[in-house]
Write a protein that binds this ligand. Sequence first.
Ligand code: ADP
Length: 442
Amino acid sequence: MIWLKGLRSVLFALALAGALAWLFSARAAAWWLAGFTLLYAIAQTAFLAKLYRWGGLPRSREVPISTGAWEMVLERIARFVKSEHDTREALQAELAQVHAAVDQLPDGLALLDQYDHIDWCNNAATELHGIFGVGRPIHHFIRHPGFVAYLEGEDFGKPPVLPLATRPGRLFELRLHRNDDGTKLLITRDLTELARVDAMRRDFVANVSHEIRTPVTVIGGFAETLLEGDDDPDARREYLTMILRQSQTMQRLVEDLLTLSSLENADAPPADERIDLHALVATLVDEAQALSQGKHGIGMKLLAPRWVLGAASEIESAVRNLLTNAVRYTPAGGQIGVDWRLRDGDGLLSVRDSGIGIAPEHLARLTERFYRVDRGRSRETGGTGLGLAIVKHIAQRHGGNLQIESRPGQGSAFTLRIPASRLLPHPPDQGEQPDQAQSTAK
Ligand code: ADP
């Protein structure tokens, strides 16, 4: 095909030259052929020049138009240019997607060339290291000696964990990966949360060991004394009583730890288990009276709905903890009260006492594990330091919270808020009407 198109003009010129020679003379035909060849050469050269110029223009420019055999050649070039253009656009779109995704990452990513100059970085890296413009050495932006030594070293296995000036109070791991072509990838990860959890875990283990050490030492000491053979029956009884008390403290500690761990691992409290809160509080108040041995006046006021949805064992444990604390931290002759009322649709269960109270600076930390205002007093009364942490956890699991108000020397109020969604004003098919109010006071 291209042969035909290419030779068409030549054949036409030859045919015309033949006709001229036949009609006029060979001379006329020769002139015609010479003129045609010259024009043909000029046209081809002009077109080649046009094509050459086009080759230097951006690819988006249209391919020059021509006729004859050139038209077919150019059609192919145009098709090739278009497919190359489409491929480039598709790649660019893909690259833009990858960049957008990488820019969403919370971790900082920066690509460094062989000389540790920044080739490219995502948004997070730009913000974390205050990078402006690529092409600069990374150590212009991260000047921490720990990082500079790591960058210059051979072993990237132990990345430094450093603070960054742009994020005060937080800690970041700066990890380098060496690529096959000599470039490096720098990944910056916020480790603050991990470091905090790790510190908490270490503190927790240290606290538990500390809590266990005292009773174990006391038990060991008295057991040794008994083995050495003190025959005085009163002394033996006293030692055995101490051993028993310390073992009970350890038992309570282990139980509270197990409770906390099961609260952390358990599913959310059921939304369909009905708890008779009035009956539960009455039983726990009786229990508190037994614990108080008549040293306190303990009363209750139940003004909110009787039925609550949740985990009965958890609510029981929370209220028992608050009542036990009230008895333990209220001197003989003091008053303790439990009231269950409604406010803005939520149920508020408060345990109030007229006890020793708590200074304001301790209030925010009371629900931390093992936090005590007075360690000695807590131990003396058999405390584990975990009670309020358990109560807070239970309140949160039920969608509520624990509020604490207190004044030193005047008393405290610990209020468990249970959200309206967990209150049942009229229990279905229970056959029994809830009490409107119930009150006992001693
Ligand atoms: P503990 O076993 O030590 O009582 P909790 O977690 O139950 O541990 O309580 C933490 C601390 O809060 C206690 O050590 C005590 O200092 C303080 N506290 C708790 N309840 C009361 C209260 N009713 N009155 C005064 N202080 C209290």
